[in-house]
Ligand binder design. Structure first.
Ligand SMILES: [Zn+2]
Length: 293
């Protein structure tokens, strides 16, 4: 790969011959007798290229293209400029590296903009499709509603399960006489209250994450990126958006699986299991009513 910065933009010569045919190109420059003008390009080649400094001529896979005040251009090894020109060269090459990186970021954003419509329509489907994120959000609100939702104690259990990652549902009950007798015989301690496993609650991970990725990141940022003036964007913006664009495909997939999981949570069979841990008939009725929504 060869890249050269010109006033009109970046050039990417396809072959080394193209570099050698640049007007003023020389293979041999005495670094002691010249004045460095600019670092104008860089290369990373599959073949070794001989350094243009007459006192060096070492072979390098990577290096820079530099111009001199008297109008010549040559290629030098990646470390050769610093050795001969010190800090001046380092500042110039660092600036070129940075300009190039920003250019690559611009290019990756431009190519991402080509996928914008497809990304937006995928997110729109996830948001507004059947039992999509909008419907899930509504369910979530209603679940927490004092009148239409689940009993407070059940909501607290769900919160606790999300926090700890537990998925098993336990019901507390008094120990039976038989259990107490067995414990006594075998010399074990028997508590008066026993936690009994009554089922597994699915989709908690989806419930925990459903309000984040799609509504707070993907949808607003897909709108925001359409408004960006890529050519005029700051380095910080280029950095943020090029990285973000590189993650959209993965994030859309993540959003899909979060929604799948949240849909499973709100499934009638799943919510009904909560009736097992309810402590009153009233609670049980509220749960079954919400499960059927
Ligand atoms: Zn050299």
């Amino acid at each position: 790969m060869i890249t050269i910065k010109r006033d009109r933009g970046w050039e990417k010569p396809e072959s080394w011959q193209d570099v050698e045919s640049i007007p003023g190109y020389v293979r041999d420059i005495d670094p002691l007798s010249i004045q460095l003008d600019a670092v104008v390009g860089k290369y990373r080649e599959p073949e070794l290229r001989i350094c243009g400094f007459s006192n060096c001529h070492t072979k390098h896979f990577r290096g820079y293209l530099v111009t001199t005040k008297d109008g010549r251009i040559t290629n030098i090894g990646v470390d050769c400029g610093r050795k001969h020109f010190g800090v001046d060269f380092e500042n110039m090459s660092r600036q070129l590296d940075r300009d190039w990186l920003n250019q690559e970021r611009r290019e990756s954003i431009f190519s991402a903009l080509g996928k914008l419509d497809a990304w937006k329509s995928a997110c729109d489907d996830l948001m507004n499709g059947k039992r999509g994120a909008s419907w899930l959000s509504k369910q979530h609100r209603e679940m927490q509603d004092f009148k239409t939702g689940l009993p407070r104690s059940i909501l607290r259990s769900i919160q606790e399960m999300m926090r700890t990652g537990r998925t098993v549902l336990y019901k507390e009950r008094a120990a039976t006489e038989q259990e107490k007798a067995f414990a006594k015989e075998t010399g074990q301690r028997m508590p008066n209250i026993v936690q009994e496993e009554v089922g597994t609650l699915k989709g908690l991970s989806g419930l925990a994450k459903m309000e984040e990725l799609l509504p707070k990141d993907l949808i607003p940022n897909l709108d925001a990126i359409a408004e960006i003036d890529v050519d005029a964007a700051t380095e910080g913006d280029l950095q943020f958006w090029s990285k973000w664009c590189g993650e959209v495909d993965v994030k859309v997939e993540q959003a899909k699986s979060i929604i799948d999981s949240a849909q499973i949570f709100f499934h009638e069979d799943n919510i009904s299991k909560l009736a097992e841990i309810s402590s009153t008939k009233d609670e049980e009725r509220s749960i079954m009513r919400f499960a059927k929504k």
